[in-house]
Design a protein around this ligand. Structure first.
Ligand code: BES
Ligand code: ZN
Ligand code: ZN
Length: 496
């Protein structure tokens, strides 16, 4: 998809659709001279009693001599509710309308009204990301070119001349962020027979190779993992014929401000192990490496962005399979930090692999901060639904900054309690902790379990079991992996 930035008069740009956006209260400005196409927009707005409600579109055929085939107004609704996410959803809606009219070249008017809430750079970034993400499709496993759907090939962004340099930066960053999100979506959407732990390791190696030495990679095999004592991780991997891989990616700028570990749950397929899932719940379990996919995707673009932090990406990649060698309910595993874990349900495997990763981050990496992303619990999806990630952490300041980044990255999350009162629920009578809690509050007890291993290091845990994957088409993502968390991590890692 080609983007160009133009300060030119919008009425002169040749395109299939020219798209304007409007709040309900600013519609009057859009249909008033000297606004381009004002007369024709006015007629349609009045005729159809259009009020620019959020996400409502009005499509107008333009006169034959016009440079545009169609004109479109996309409603932004109430101005005081407007933010990064709202803008992206509206753009996503516009893209889906463009698909219907088979528009190949579109022009988007960057509206001055947005700048009251968003900086020009951020606004343009939001638009660019949204156009690319809304246009994404995954069809490489279709045998015929059944993708007859017309895709947008060219996007002209029309901005006020004074906004051009900021818009240029927004365009650059938006393209990089979207590239990373798409990288994650592809990884999650690939079938699990392809996306094995070895495949993730090879992907990490390819990322390092293409970074021209800015990113270093280290892959530990089963023998080395055993030597380190990561027995919780190895316990999960035991039932599988695929060898586990411990992946470490490393980015270090000159004089880094701090060292941040980003860790992603990397279960390349979760059958539940001997605590086997039923067929329905297993259908989408290739998604269980979405956290790992987000980490890899961040490194895919990190050297193109200015991060002043040392960033380490860690992934304990393995499959969770039942077999004669598999982990059994009742088994006790000793994690790398010496803590013993009674395994009562082999389907609560993510926290076992993360126990070793978090301890490693704290004791061996000596990280200043740890962020983990994990498709950890169905309970989190029950609590927050499919759109919103659960956020836990041990440090309020860190959580606040992270929440701000989420707002600016268009990623939905909600802070949840790391309620110490539930710690008794993960006490084992035979080991230090057990890997399941009681009947209720499963996402909280899972977080408390992780906290045991992150210890005193400032730590954030994102349970992305809901938003990592969407089961229906949405304006910004088709069915499948969403690439959740990538933009949030990139925002955080490039914040000051
Ligand atoms: N990978 C699943 C969590 C999950 C569920 C992700 C739905 C995405 C969608 C995880 O390993 C799991 O199975 N968790 C169990 C924990 C339980 C056994 C304590 C769960 O949530 O049921
Ligand atoms: Zn599981
Ligand atoms: Zn899992």
């Amino acid at each position: 998809m080609k983007f160009t930035l133009k300060p030119t008069d919008i009425t002169e740009i040749e395109s299939d659709a020219v798209i304007f956006f409007s709040f309900d209260t600013t519609l009057a400005n859009l249909i008033k001279e000297p606004f381009p196409f004002a007369k024709i927009l006015k007629r349609a707005v009045e005729q159809e009693k259009y009020q620019a409600e959020f996400s409502k579109t009005l499509i107008i055929s333009s006169p034959p001599e016009s440079s545009a085939y169609k004109l479109m107004i996309v409603g932004l609704g109430k101005e005081d509710e407007f933010d990064y996410i709202k803008l992206q959803e509206a753009v996503g809606q516009a893209v889906s309308e463009c698909r219907k009219i088979k528009a190949r070249k579109i022009t988007i008017s960057i509206m001055e009204d947005w700048m009251k809430k968003l900086s020009p750079t951020t606004a343009v970034q939001a638009v660019v990301e949204a156009v690319i993400l809304a246009s994404y499709s995954f069809h490489k496993f279709k045998s015929s070119s059944s993708s007859e759907t017309v895709t947008i090939e060219e996007v002209v962004l029309s901005a006020a001349p004074a906004r051009l340099s900021a818009a240029e930066e927004g365009l650059r960053i938006g393209q990089i962020y979207a590239e990373a999100v798409i990288f994650a979506r592809d990884l999650v959407n690939n079938p699990p027979q392809l996306t094995t732990p070895t495949y993730l390791a090879k992907t990490a190696e390819a990322i390092a190779k293409s970074s021209k030495d800015e990113i270093k990679v280290k892959i530990l095999d089963q023998k080395e993992i055993t030597k380190l004592g990561m027995n919780a991780f190895l316990g999960v991997s035991r039932g599988s014929d695929e060898p586990p891989k411990f992946i470490r990616l490393h980015y270090k700028p000159g004089n880094p401000k701090k060292k941040i570990v980003i860790a992603g749950k990397g279960i390349t397929f979760d059958t539940g192990g001997l605590s086997l899932k039923d067929a329905k719940n297993m259908e989408t379990m290739k998604l269980d490496m979405a956290g790992a996919a987000a980490v890899l995707s961040v490194f895919q673009v990190l050297s193109k962005l200015d991060s002043s932090y040392e960033v380490v990406g860690l992934i304990a990649a393995c499959e969770n399979m039942p077999s004669g060698k598999a982990l059994k309910p009742g088994d006790i595993l000793k994690a790398i930090n010496g803590k013993t874990i009674e395994v009562l349900n082999t389907d609560a495997e993510g926290r076992l692999t993360l126990a070793d990763v978090l301890s490693y981050s704290k004791d061996i990496e000596k990280a200043d901060e740890i962020i983990d992303l994990a498709t950890l619990t169905g309970a989190c999806v029950v609590a927050l639904g499919e759109d919103i990630a659960g956020l836990w952490g041990s440090n309020d300041k860190f959580l606040e900054i992270f929440e701000e980044c989420a707002k600016l990255a268009g990623e939905k999350l909600w802070r949840m309690p790391l309620y110490a009162g539930y710690k008794d629920l993960i006490k084992s009578h035979i080991a230090d902790v057990k890997n399941i809690g009681g009947k209720w509050g499963g996402a909280i007890t899972a977080s408390l379990f992780l906290h045991e291993f992150a210890g005193s290091t400032p730590w954030i845990h994102l349970d992305i079991a809901g938003p990592a994957y969407c089961e229906k088409n949405t304006p910004l993502s088709p069915i499948g992996g969403t690439g959740y968390g990538v933009r949030l991590l990139l925002r955080y890692l490039t914040s000051s």
